[in-house]
Design a protein around this ligand. Sequence first.
Ligand SMILES: [Zn+2]
Length: 318
Amino acid sequence: MTRVLYVAGTGRSGSTLTAAMLGQLRGAFAAGEMLYLWQRGLAERRPCGCGTPVPECPVWTDIRTAPSARASVTAAVPLDQLDRVEPAALHARLRARLRLRRLPLFLWRRATGRPPVPPHPADDAVLAALYRTIAARTGADVVIDSSKLPPYGALVGALPGVEVKVLHLVRDPRATAFSWRRTRGLDGAADPTAMDRPSPLRAAVLWLAWNAAARLFWRGDAYLRVRYEDLCADPGGTVRRVATFAGLPTGPLPFAAPGVIQLGPTHTVAGNPSRHRTGAVAVVADDEWRTGLGRRAFVLVTLVTAPLLRLCGYRVRR
Ligand SMILES: [Zn+2]
């Protein structure tokens, strides 16, 4: 069994930092947002966490060309090597399978005891081979996938030979809506492509939909919900709690000082530009939204997300 820790949630919830912290633990490999490996990493040649374009990164080249990737050959799936896969086409099929408007279908399938996302045997064999090969080539006990999108986590959890534990990260939706409004290059300042900037309404709808989905898809021993605010208040304690949940060794933790984590380079594909940060990184709550978010946006986001706001432990008032 290949063990995957899947970080679920919505954008701007601290998933990049959380995955980077967990990736410093012995036995963990922070792979980044695996959902975007094919399009952003391989087709668009965006940089890996190590700074090299993903197709040239030695770690990912080794994974993609590894002989162990061929072990996925089955009668139905004539897959030789992962690097034979056409990345853009696979990404397009994944996108079509994971659309937001299919959420009622996913929930209905979950309620009737089936994997939420309908299977696609050929692509699922490729993905199963990918996770298995990452674990084999990096020697990791746990592969950390911070793709966030709950339906993709459900898809990964249904792959043959893959066992998923889900870390559901939530953050105050008013903070995420505010954070989305800041322009940011997809891969740092040098990148002219800005990340998506949804309006406060769209940010609120996505927050509600995906956090509700995460709560409905998973429960029990394979599910842990953590608030971004609690992570920032006690990074050491929270990382230990998540490590124990994921079956990773809890010490020694790479903290340079209380609240300051020592980050080594990662090989994360796709994600927030902050994944390129290394060295001592302070884990501090970004609460500029409390003064920066306009009154209209605050009321709108609060109303839309109200069904889940209190359940996740957030106050309705500012
Ligand atoms: Zn790399």
